[in-house]
Design a protein around this ligand. Structure first.
Ligand SMILES: C[S@@+](CC[C@H](N)C(=O)[O-])C[C@H]1O[C@@H](n2cnc3c(N)ncnc32)[C@H](O)[C@@H]1O
Length: 366
């Protein structure tokens, strides 16, 4: 196996170099695209810039964020080195998507810019049918063209997120893997083929892909409101060996599954995009469908209580990226909410720009 033949030091260097390259690319993309958009706005080609607030970030904050980025990359490598997940996962980037869709991502920027400047937040292509979808959901989150509701949005989404986080989005997602694996220990007598894991709001399937890499034999399920994102997930996941994950269209707040069905549940980058009552409903539903003794692992944005020094950045993010529920999210008490749903042993941690909550459903009689 290649993994065991290549010396650790070389793999580590390759991973660090890859991450540095992704970080530099993300920064360069943002710098040049902002300059180009401002120049186009100045000549009247696109909407005039309505920049009100200063986007200046202090040197201390840049230093703090850099330190956190480095810490994330360090622990990501350490978990791979320990064998929590295979080292190959560190290199599982969507290079073919990058080559295919980076031009589309760039060509879409003027539309995103126009929506942002003109404060347009519910604009969809005429063929998109929003009937039956919740009102809070039918928006252009991040000013994305078509919100989450078209194939072209699904094709460029992973690249957009990777660029937003300077190449750290997957590394942040991978932080759920160690607690997920540890949480499954309680079911160690179960054969992997009978172990069921659900990813709520699975989007394009990045998290399911990582779980498949770590636990090749378990049964994987994903649920999401977007058919377009599920189509993309199906395409990405069907490239992998092993049983095809089962994907379902539906809302996290009314999960289409039986009570006590899953051994573990994950949820990545969802809660900051929900109104507070829906956050609670989804936690209640996670509690209902996870087995007693099962684990719920959440990865989402950091909150004010985790990082008061990033408060200004967080409030700016809410407006700049059209995240209508983000401000409320950053002030919410997610531990209280999980406990209200019935979860126990709730723990919290922070890596780079994300926080992680791990919670257990009590075993019968506990
Ligand atoms: C920011 S994306 C995160 C996707 C994915 N988990 C990831 O790591 O990239 C949010 C996802 O949540 C889905 N979503 C939003 N509200 C939902 C809800 N109430 N129930 C199910 N999915 C929802 C969206 O369609 C989208 O795919």
């Amino acid at each position: 196996m290649v993994e065991t033949l290549i010396p650790d030091a070389f793999t580590k260097l390759a991973y660090q170099t890859l991450q540095q390259g992704k970080a530099a690319f993300g920064l360069a993309h943002k710098t040049f695209s902002t300059r180009a958009l401002k120049a186009a706005a100045a000549t009247g080609l696109i909407a005039a810039s309505s920049e009100g607030s200063s986007s200046d970030i202090s040197a201390e904050i840049i230093q703090l964020v850099r330190g956190r980025y480095d810490q994330l990359i360090r622990v990501d490598w350490e978990d791979a080195e320990k064998g929590v997940y295979p080292r190959s996962l560190l290199f599982d980037d969507a290079w073919d998507d990058f080559a295919k869709y980076y031009p589309a991502l760039c060509l879409d920027l003027p539309q995103i810019w126009n929506r942002a400047q003109q404060k347009v937040s519910r604009e969809f292509a005429p063929e998109i049918d929003t009937a039956g979808l919740p009102n809070y959901y039918t928006q252009n989150f991040h000013h994305q063209t078509d919100g989450y509701l078209s194939d072209r949005s699904a094709q460029i989404y992973d690249l957009q997120v990777e660029i937003l986080f300077n190449g750290a989005a997957d590394a942040m997602r991978r932080r759920i893997l160690a607690p997920l694996k540890a949480g499954l220990e309680v079911f160690k007598d179960e054969i992997p083929q009978n172990t069921r894991i659900l990813d709520i709001a699975c989007g394009t399937g990045r998290t399911l892909r990582m779980i498949r890499g770590m636990l090749p034999k378990v049964k994987l399920h994903g649920v999401d409101l977007s058919n377009a994102y599920l189509r993309k997930a199906s395409q990405l996941l069907s490239q992998l060996p092993g049983e095809l994950p089962q994907l379902a269209q539906g809302p996290g707040e009314a999960l289409p599954y039986l009570d006590n069905h899953f051994h573990a549940i994950t949820c990545v980058f969802l809660f900051h995009e929900l109104p507070a009552p829906i956050r609670q409903q989804i936690m209640n539903e996670a509690f209902r469908v996870v087995k007693p003794g099962g684990t719920f692992v959440i990865c989402d944005s950091v909150q004010l209580s985790d990082s008061p020094d990033l408060g200004m950045m967080m409030d700016g993010f809410s407006d700049t990226f059209h995240e209508p529920f983000y401000r409320n999210y950053t002030r919410d008490n997610l531990v209280d909410r999980l406990q209200t749903s019935g979860f126990v042993e709730v723990t919290e941690s922070v890596h780079f720009m994300s926080k992680y909550l791990v919670a257990k459903k009590p075993l019968y009689g506990q």
